[in-house]
Design a protein around this ligand. Structure first.
Ligand SMILES: Cc1cc2nc3c(=O)[nH]c(=O)nc-3n(C[C@H](O)[C@H](O)[C@H](O)COP(=O)(O)OP(=O)(O)OC[C@H]3O[C@@H](n4cnc5c(N)ncnc54)[C@H](O)[C@@H]3O)c2cc1C
Length: 397
C-alpha cells in the first residue's frame, strides 16, 4: 500500500482552516488519489478528457461550490481554493473543467442572468447534468478582448450572432456557451457595439464547436473553436444585467483566484516527486538528495510553495470577507503560476532523463502550466495590471 498522500504544510496552514474546509480538501484529495491519478496519464496520451469523472465531480458539489442557492454548495472561497489545489495536483485539465463550469459559465448566469435563466440552468449545471463553456478569446483578440469582432444584431424576437471564438475549454462537450459579443444597434457598425453576454445552446442553428487538435499542453482537456454563422438565439438568452467588459472580467477574476490555489497542487506534485526521486536515485555512490545543490533546489521549492500557500489563503479570506480587489488576484495568479512552472521545470531536471517519461507527473504538469501561464491573463498582462495600480498609468497600449 503506498503511503496516504499528505500535502505540504510547512507553516501549519491546516490549523487556520475550518472543519468544513478541511473536509472538502480531504474529500477531493482522496478522490484525486483514487480516481484521477490512476487514469490521467492514459487520457493525457490519448488527448481525451476523462468524461467518466464528470458525474462524480457534480456529486461532490464542486461545481459553482462558492455560490449561494440554485443547487450550489455555498461554501467559502477558501474551500473552493483548496478543492482547486487538490484537483490540479491530479491535472490542470480537471481543475480547468471545474473552473470553467463554476467561475466562467455558472458565475455569469448567477451574477448577471435573469431569474428564469438561473432557475433553468444553474441547478443542472451544479449537478453536472449541463456542461458550460466561456467564449471570450477570438483568433485575433486574446489579451485585448475589447477588440472582439463577434457581433450580434436583433432580428424580431431573436438575436443573430456571427463570428468565431478560439481556445475555448470544454467547447465541444458543452451543452451551453456563455458567449461575449458586441450587440450592434440597428444601422450601426462594430464601433457602435456594446459587449454583452449571450447563452448559446448546443443545437442552436448556425452554431458549431469543433475541437482543436495538436496541443502539447493541457492534453487531457477539450479545447475548441466556437463558430457562429447566422446563429439565431431567442431574445431571452441575453444576460440582462451586465454591459461591457465588466461581465467577462468579473468571471475571469473568479477563475484567476481558483488558479492561484490550483497551481500550488501541481507544484506540490512536482515537489514530492522530485524529493522521492532524489532520495532513491544513486549517483556517485550516494542518493542525489545528499548533495547540497539538490537540497538547495528542494529548499527553494519548499520556500516558494509555502509563500504561495500563505498568499492564496490570505487572498481567499479577503475574498470571503469582501475586501479583495482584482489587482490582488493578479498578483497571486502571476506569482503562483510562475513559481509552479519553475518548480515543475526544476523537478523535471532533477529526475534526469526519467523526468521526460510519463511514469512521473512532472513533465505533464510542466507542459500544463505553460497554458496556465497564458490563459486567464498572461504573465505580462498581470504585470501591466499591477503597473497601472502602482503608477496610475495605463501601459497596455
Ligand atoms: C488550453 C487553453 C485553454 C483556453 N481556454 C479559454 C477559454 O475557455 N475561454 C476563452 O475565452 N479563452 C481561453 N483561452 C485563451 C486565453 O485566455 C488566451 O490565449 C490568452 O488571453 C492570451 O491571448 P493570446 O493567446 O491571443 O495571446 P496574445 O494576446 O496574442 O499575446 C501574445 C504575447 O504578447 C503579450 N502581450 C499582449 N499584449 C501585450 C501588451 N499590451 N504588452 C506587453 N505584452 C503583451 C502576451 O503577454 C503574450 O506573451 C485558452 C487558452 C489555452 C491555451
Amino acid at each position: 500500500m503506498p503511503a496516504k498522500y499528505e500535502g505540504l504544510d510547512f507553516y501549519n496552514i491546516d490549523a487556520h482552516l475550518t472543519d468544513e474546509e478541511r473536509m472538502v480538501r480531504d474529500l477531493v484529495r482522496q478522490w484525486v488519489d483514487d480516481k484521477v491519478l490512476p487514469i490521467i496519464e492514459k487520457h493525457n496520451r490519448a488527448h481525451t478528457f476523462p468524461d467518466e469523472l464528470i458525474p462524480e465531480i457534480g456529486e461532490m458539489g464542486l461545481l459553482g461550490m462558492n455560490m449561494e442557492g440554485y443547487g450550489c454548495a455555498g461554501m467559502s472561497n477558501v474551500a473552493y481554493g483548496l478543492a482547486c489545489q487538490e484537483l490540479e495536483r491530479g491535472d490542470s485539465a480537471i481543475r480547468s473543467f471545474v473552473s470553467v463550469q463554476g467561475s466562467l459559465a455558472m458565475h455569469p448566469i448567477h451574477s448577471f442572468g435573469s431569474e428564469e435563466q438561473k432557475q433553468k440552468y444553474l441547478p443542472k449545471m451544479a449537478r453536472a447534468e449541463l456542461i458550460g463553456c466561456f467564449g471570450l478569446t477570438e483568433p485575433d483578440y486574446g489579451s485585448n478582448p475589447g477588440g472582439m469582432v463577434t457581433k450580434a444584431v436583433e432580428d424580431g424576437d431573436h438575436y443573430v450572432l456571427n463570428g468565431a471564438k478560439m481556445w475555448i475549454t470544454n467547447g465541444t462537450i458543452a451543452d451551453l456557451a456563455i458567449v461575449w459579443a458586441k450587440l450592434i444597434p440597428q444601422g450601426g457598425t462594430l464601433a457602435d457595439g456594446v459587449i454583452r453576454g449571450f447563452i448559446v445552446e448546443k443545437g442552436d442553428p448556425g452554431f458549431s464547436a469543433p475541437e482543436m487538435h495538436g496541443k502539447h499542453s493541457l492534453k487531457a482537456s477539450v479545447t475548441s473553436e466556437l463558430v457562429f454563422e447566422d446563429c439565431r438565439i431567442p431574445k431571452d438568452r441575453i444576460l440582462p444585467h451586465v454591459h461591457g467588459l465588466r461581465g467577462p472580467f468579473s468571471c475571469l477574476n473568479n477563475a484567476r483566484y481558483g488558479i492561484s490555489w490550483g497551481v500550488l497542487g501541481a507544484a506540490q506534485a512536482c515537489f514530492h516527486s522530485a524529493r522521492d526521486y532524489a532520495l532513491t536515485r544513486i549517483q556517485f555512490d550516494k542518493p542525489i538528495a545528499s548533495y547540497q545543490l539538490v537540497q538547495n533546489k528542494l529548499a527553494w521549492m519548499l520556500r516558494e510553495i509555502t509563500k504561495g500557500q500563505l498568499l492564496a489563503l490570505h487572498l481567499g479570506r479577503m475574498k470571503d470577507d469582501g475586501t479583495m480587489f482584482h489587482e490582488q488576484v493578479s498578483l497571486a495568479k502571476m506569482n503562483n503560476v510562475d513559481i509552479a512552472l519553475d518548480i515543475a521545470r526544476i523537478a523535471r531536471d532533477m529526475h534526469g532523463a526519467n523526468g521526460i517519461l510519463d511514469e512521473y507527473p512532472v513533465m505533464r504538469h510542466m507542459a500544463n502550466l505553460e497554458t496556465v501561464k497564458t490563459y486567464e491573463g498572461t504573465h505580462d498582462i498581470h504585470n501591466l495590471i499591477l503597473g497601472r495600480w502602482i503608477t496610475g498609468i495605463q501601459a497596455f497600449f
